[in-house]
Design a protein around this ligand. Structure first.
Ligand code: SAM
Length: 297
């Protein structure tokens, strides 16, 4: 571990929490419902929330061994993670609770991005509209290499949604939007975006990860760094702070570090907290040695 990193048990007052700190990034082991309360009002520039979607199933489908389907990252089980089981009766209250906290914490010129599927985004949409978070855009992340519907009972689910919201309301739309940089940017893997064209709300970003992204372990719902890079390109602020309240494997924080942002992450599960810490150490070392990122698998 580099000298300037710390993995400390915090003191008496907070006996259950661990904190990992490195190069302007702080990752907290704990529950958003208590940890967000410790973050000051109007203090972060960008929030990327990738909460549990509530898509877990008790009847996991398994791809046959040696299925040979490239880009699906090996044998696949339908989502079946304990942290993803949400009681529908509680979901509205739960989303309202953490989104209200995020609204308090984000700066007036900042913004919040919320990932999801039909399982959770409807709740988030209703909450945003009821607590005064104005929806700027709803983005569709098109996953051209989505895994097939193995039972043939549904259409192949090949997108996720992302809500981009801010707290200013229609009369105070001062959220950071790197409009010119985004318009001139080229994203070669995206068939909908070329340099000089405005970015659309449909993003064609394959779900593949680079070998480097997976080299410290993996998370079952790990986002590709390219997707998070896109969000930071649009609404990031150099030297500003990114908050990742459901940090998972730390993808948002790794991208924050890469882009010269400070970061705060919160993750409930110790295994993912450790994975994210390892990834951050790896990214700090890669940045220092200026090694390239490499291609996707
Ligand atoms: C959808 S995953 C995030 C994946 C992440 N974007 C990545 O790229 O690795 C959601 C994460 O939130 C964590 N989580 C669930 N409930 C939580 C809570 N109440 N407080 C903090 N983290 C929580 C889960 O353990 C899981 O790792």
């Amino acid at each position: 571990m580099p000298k300037n990193s710390k993995h400390v048990k915090v003191s008496a007052q907070e006996t259950t929490a661990d904190i990992f700190q490195l190069d302007g990034i702080e990752l907290i082991l704990g529950d958003v419902f208590t940890k967000l309360a410790q973050i000051p009002d109007d203090s972060v520039d960008l929030v990327i929330a990738d909460p549990p979607y509530g898509a877990s199933s008790a009847t996991p489908a398994v791809l046959p061994e040696n299925h040979g389907l490239k880009g699906f990252g090996g044998a696949w089980k339908a989502a079946d993670h304990s942290w993803d089981f949400l009681d529908p009766a509680d979901q509205l209250n739960s989303v309202a609770s953490w989104l209200s906290e995020l609204k308090r914490i984000v700066k007036p010129e900042g913004s919040i991005w919320i990932h999801g599927s039909y399982h959770n985004l409807g709740f988030a949409n209703v909450v945003c509209q009821s607590i005064g978070l104005e929806i700027i855009n709803e983005v569709i992340w098109f996953k051209r290499n989505a895994m097939p519907n193995l039972r043939g009972t549904r259409l192949t689910a090949s997108h996720e949604g992302i809500l981009w919201v801010h707290k200013g309301g229609p009369k105070k739309r001062k959220y950071n939007f790197n409009y010119e940089a985004i318009k001139s940017a080229d994203y070669p893997e995206d068939s909908f975006k070329t340099a000089g064209k405005q970015m659309r709300t449909v993003w064609d970003i394959p779900n593949n990860k680079t070998r480097f992204e997976l080299s410290f372990g993996s998370h079952p719902t790990q986002k590709p760094e390219r997707l998070i890079q896109r969000i930071v390109d649009i609404a990031g602020v150099k030297g500003g702070t990114l908050l990742s309240p459901f940090a998972g494997s730390g993808t948002d924080l790794v991208v924050a570090m890469r882009n010269g942002m400070k970061g705060i992450g919160i993750e409930l599960e110790e295994g993912y907290f450790d994975l994210a810490s390892r990834r951050l150490i790896g990214e700090a070392e890669r940045l220092k040695s200026q090694l390239p990122l490499g291609n996707s698998e």
